[in-house]
Design a protein around this ligand. Sequence first.
Ligand code: ATR
Length: 274
Amino acid sequence: MTRRAGILGHPVAHSRSPLIHGYWLNSHGIDGRYDPFDVAPADIERFLGDFTASGLIGANVTVPHKEAAFRAAVELDPVASALGAVNTLWLDDGRLCGANTDVHGFLANLDAANPHWARGLDEAVVLGAGGASRAIVFGLISRGVARIVVANRTQARAEALRDQFGSRVVPVDWQDLPARLAGCRLLVNTTSLGMKGQPPLDIDLSGLSPDALVTDIVYVPLVTPLLAAAQARGLATVDGLGMLLHQAVPGFARWFGVRPQVSEELRALVLADL
Ligand code: ATR
């Protein structure tokens, strides 16, 4: 019988997840489907409450349903518990289980570029303090980064991250960024600045360490103004497309029993669709 999974979001038509999972289903010769499901916020609780009726063996969950999925899952992995957000669901003996694979996606993307990126790294600077930032701060702490400086337009949200994760998170005023970037070896943008249709992220990178790594979770365009500015300074960069691809791996493995690869061919396929 064809195994079916999909992505729940609202809107969801823009999602590249069907392309990614469809590629893996095809390349592994698996009898499966992966479809987008546009579920309105008013309907998500009912959808998740009777997930077995959907005929799906599991699903990814995107904006704005990650918190509803967190509430609906009766079992959670430790990352989802810590973040209060679920992006991957599956059924275990009829019980709805949830995980958050955004942290894995972020870390695996950096690991693929440089397996030693966290070695000796005592401080990172993270721009933004939304849901993506929370996942990334969690991931950086899990890799032993001692101090995570968080700058956000709305400083109260950066302070909320400190309240959650403790004094390793240091909220700073956006205006103080140039000083905080002096000697910085890892800079992460989690804001939507630089995304197609949004203003660019315009910050002075001159203080960054010459061996700094600059990464952006925005992947449309693939080379954001931030990454272009970093490259112009000869700094190493990692684009955000890899995070999208890597976060999809654990769900596919769980639903379809094969751990898929994030190959150059897959990257090129998704890139052509951006
Ligand atoms: P996500 O789940 O992707 O993190 P989010 O929770 O909406 O989404 O967070 C978006 C982030 O981009 C926030 O840090 C937001 O700053 P605020 O908390 O001040 O809203 C940031 N952001 C979005 N538009 C911005 C802009 N024009 N200037 C500065 N920061 C912006």
